[in-house]
Design a binder for this molecule. Structure first.
Ligand SMILES: NC(=O)c1ccc[n+]([C@@H]2O[C@H](COP(=O)([O-])OP(=O)(O)OC[C@H]3O[C@@H](n4cnc5c(N)ncnc54)[C@H](O)[C@@H]3O)[C@@H](O)[C@H]2O)c1
Length: 437
């Protein structure tokens, strides 16, 4: 069985590689020459645990190919997946220009029946637009080739993407065609052997499922951040409250951590896009609008604490940041809370020194030398006025506190992820600020 995977980013590269792992022949396509060149040389352009060795293994077995030429990838394919970016347009809606451009290219080059699958997160009604774009190109060519469209939203998490793809909680497929169901069932069969469910539904419901999932997760985070801020005012500790509610199986422990706000390539843009879809349909998603407002405010909560501690005078203060990526185990910095804090600290006149286990190059690409970087966790805190923990990488969990006392100017820590124990910190003579405690 052969497939084409168009878009070789976090989703396309992981999905394509995992399909290849089951024996399927996969050609990954991207318009980015540099990315494809690197992949053809065995260099993986993103950081995702376990991905590099899996790519190399499948390339060696002649099951995984990389190209910039879409037509090559379609020659013997039964399905083509569209996994390109859907960034926010100026008005917050999802920009479909990349998705529809791939659809047109597929229409220009396909020569046999194909299932055309949207894996990108796309607004309700996109599959119809994809179908129309493909048909338009086939009509221009004057050929009569049948095809079906399907929506197959992706739920993998960066940092655990391979495991999520190989052992999915569920696979969601929206399609109206029995033939597409047959092809996609065959393709996904290897991932379902351990009773992971595949859920078939109509296309709009599949498209809506992805947005609803991300909106629900973002809601949990903003809700807990809102409660955390109230905890601080009334003298409660959000980490105790979290344990108290998480043990209720109706609530659960996932996604109820207070912190520096959600970021990443998905939640911010998907929340925005769903609000836009609802507005366009004369419906107002009030809960989700509040989720977004709370998150915008939460991204500055840490900065406000730092600013307040230094009485509004951050000029010349040296502030170390531990963690730059939007969450641990990824180099992705899209909408990362660290970027907001860096910007505010710099504008306030502070000198920022950043350390991250894998995201330093990505941070340099985004903001250049606006901050100083170190390749070692403890080098970042030399002679600083305060340390700010933004991303909860495992290596930050048990720091060498004694050594740190001698390196830092002041024993002040702003713990943006509540990973340290305030009573320990107090005992050891540190000034500690968490979120909601
Ligand atoms: N990143 C995640 O964790 C995640 C999870 C689930 C769903 N999604 C969704 O999946 C989609 C892709 O996300 P991503 O994070 O992989 O994006 P990404 O930016 O990492 O990758 C997108 C890739 O598409 C390529 N591309 C753009 N136009 C193209 C074209 N015409 N032909 C071929 N390639 C083209 C880009 O060069 C880029 O390499 C988005 O809709 C996103 O919302 C992302």
């Amino acid at each position: 069985m052969e497939i084409s995977m168009v878009g070789t980013g976090y989703v396309g590269l992981v999905s394509g590689t995992c399909f290849a792992e089951t024996g399927i022949i996969v050609t990954c396509v991207d318009v980015d020459n540099d990315k494809i060149d690197k992949l053809n040389k065995g260099i993986v352009p993103i950081y995702e645990p376990g991905l590099e060795s899996m790519i190399n293994r499948n390339v060696k077995k002649n099951r995984l190919y990389f190209t910039t030429r879409l037509e090559e990838s379609l020659a013997d394919a039964e399905a083509v997946f569209i996994a390109v970016g859907t960034p926010p347009d100026e008005d917050g809606s999802a920009d479909l220009k990349y998705v529809l451009s791939v659809a047109r290219e597929v229409g220009k080059h396909m020569n046999q029946y194909l299932v055309i699958v949207t894996k990108s997160t796309v607004p309700i009604g996109t599959a119809k637009k994809v179908k129309a774009a493909v048909q338009e190109e086939l009509d221009k060519r004057g050929v009569n080739i049948s095809f079906d469209v399907a929506s197959n939203p992706e739920f993998l998490k960066e940092g655990a993407a391979i495991d999520d793809f190989l052992k999915p909680d569920r696979i969601v497929i929206g399609t109206e065609s029995e033939k597409a169901v047959e092809v996609l069932r065959r393709l996904y069969k290897p991932f379902l052997l351990n009773n992971h469910p595949i859920v078939f539904m109509d296309i709009p419901s599949a498209e809506m499922t992805k947005y609803t999932a991300n909106a629900m997760l973002a809601t949990k985070i903003s809700f807990m951040n809102d409660i955390a801020n109230l905890c601080e005012i009334v003298g409660a500790d959000i980490t105790s409250v979290r344990k108290g509610i998480g043990s209720d199986s109706r609530i659960g422990y996932h996604f109820i951590y207070a912190g520096a706000g959600y970021g990443g390539s998905c939640f911010p843009k998907d929340v925005k896009a769903l609000i836009k879809t609802s507005d366009q349909n004369n419906h107002s998603l009030e809960v989700l609008k509040a989720v977004e407002d709370v998150n915008d405010r939460q991204k500055v909560v840490l900065f406000n604490k730092i600013n307040k501690h230094f009485n509004g005078d951050l000029k010349g203060k040296r502030i170390a940041l531990w963690g730059l990526s939007f969450k641990p185990n990824t180099d992705d910095m899209r909408e990362a809370p660290a970027l907001v804090i860096i910007d505010k600290l710099i504008k306030a006149g502070a000198k920022v020194i950043g350390y991250d286990p894998v995201a330093i190059n990505e941070c340099k690409r985004r903001i250049g030398d606006k901050i100083e970087y170190t390749n070692e966790q403890y080098d970042a805190i030399k002679n600083v006025d305060a340390l700010v923990l933004i991303t909860e990488w495992s290596e930050f969990r048990v720091p060498k506190w004694k050594e740190m006392e001698n390196l830092m100017k002041n024993k002040i820590i702003f713990d943006g992820r509540n990973i340290y124990d305030p009573s320990d910190m107090k005992k050891w003579g540190w000034t500690y600020y968490g979120i909601g405690r």
